[in-house]
Design a protein around this ligand. Structure first.
Ligand code: ATR
Length: 272
């Protein structure tokens, strides 16, 4: 049986084994998928050992996405721009290929699952860390009118705005200098993890604004609570993004696209 895995540290919480096992059953693919906790300073050696042992491909999560990017022989343009890789596999020539499916997964969740078209929209992205860097290019591919990246540390948002300027209308802002309203607001800060929400000026939201938190949890995230209080039209979380990025990896490895809707519903009922 073909062997796949997710590498992270810690990794016991990962839903990827359950997700990929479900995809494999659904599409009648013969494979195993396990969770591997690699030592923090031995990611590359752990991956080499896995591949030497017949591993066909792997997902990479915190804190190894940048190591995976550095390790790949070839990276897609998206992964190159993201500076992070969440999907590795060997091609026919035995080269280690790196892809980043996080952004595609998020865009597919917002656009296909929820039916929101980003074209022509004014988009605000909160945060300028690794998670945000991975989604900017796929968002720009949808032709939004404008993307504003706002971050607590302004210089990091400015660096990203410069990096992605060739691909669309992107600018950087400090939180307090933001001028709303926006049509779509995406939260990619890690603030939700600490139960926090950055303070934003009034007027970010209008009656049709959609808000999307890349995080998810059993209860409403602080960002989505803020969105509701501000009167946003929708407050969505990133559970669908998790399943969609996995589906994209599965497609890269196996050439078949699993159905995601049923699994998203199933996971939703499990976390509640
Ligand atoms: P990740 O891989 O999750 O993106 P990261 O690269 O460490 O993690 O980035 C974390 C992001 O969340 C950053 O944009 C960070 O802001 P700074 O660049 O100013 O550090 C943001 N962040 C974390 N905690 C935050 C908080 N309490 N309020 C606002 N932003 C926060």
């Amino acid at each position: 049986m073909d062997r796949y895995a997710v590498f992270g540290n810690p990794i016991s919480h990962s839903k990827s084994p359950a997700i990929h096992t479900e995809f494999a059953q659904q599409t009648s693919q013969s494979l195993t998928y396990e969770a591997i906790c690699a030592p923090v300073d031995k990611f590359a050696a752990s991956v080499d050992a896995f591949l030497a042992d017949g591993g066909k491909g792997l997902n990479v999560t915190v804190p190894f996405k940048e190591d995976a990017w550095k390790m790949a022989d070839i990276c897609s343009e998206r992964a190159q721009l993201a500076g992070a890789v969440n999907t590795l596999y060997l091609n026919d020539q035995g080269q280690l290929c790196g892809e980043n499916t996080d952004g595609v997964g998020m865009v597919r969740d917002i656009q296909d699952n929820y039916g929101y078209d980003m074209a022509g929209k004014r988009v605000l992205i909160l945060g300028a860390g690794g998670a945000v860097r991975g989604v900017i290019r796929p968002v720009l591919e949808q032709n939004p009118r404008e993307v504003v990246i706002a971050n607590r540390t302004l210089s990091k948002a400015e660096t990203l705005a410069e990096l992605f300027a060739p691909y669309g209308h992107v600018s950087a802002s400090a939180f307090e200098a933001l001028e709303g309203p926006f049509d779509l607001i995406i939260n990619g800060t890690a603030a939700s993890l600490q139960g926090e929400m950055p303070t934003l000026p009034e007027g970010m939201v209008h009656t049709k604004t959609w808000c999307y938190d890349m995080m998810y949890g059993a209860s409403q995230t602080p960002f989505n609570r803020w969105a509701e209080q501000q009167g946003a039209y929708q407050q969505l979380d990133g559970l669908g993004m998790l399943v969609e990025q996995a589906a994209e990896s599965f497609y890269i490895w196996r050439g078949v696209r699993p159905d995601t809707a049923g699994l998203i519903n199933q996971l939703r009922s499990q976390i509640l």
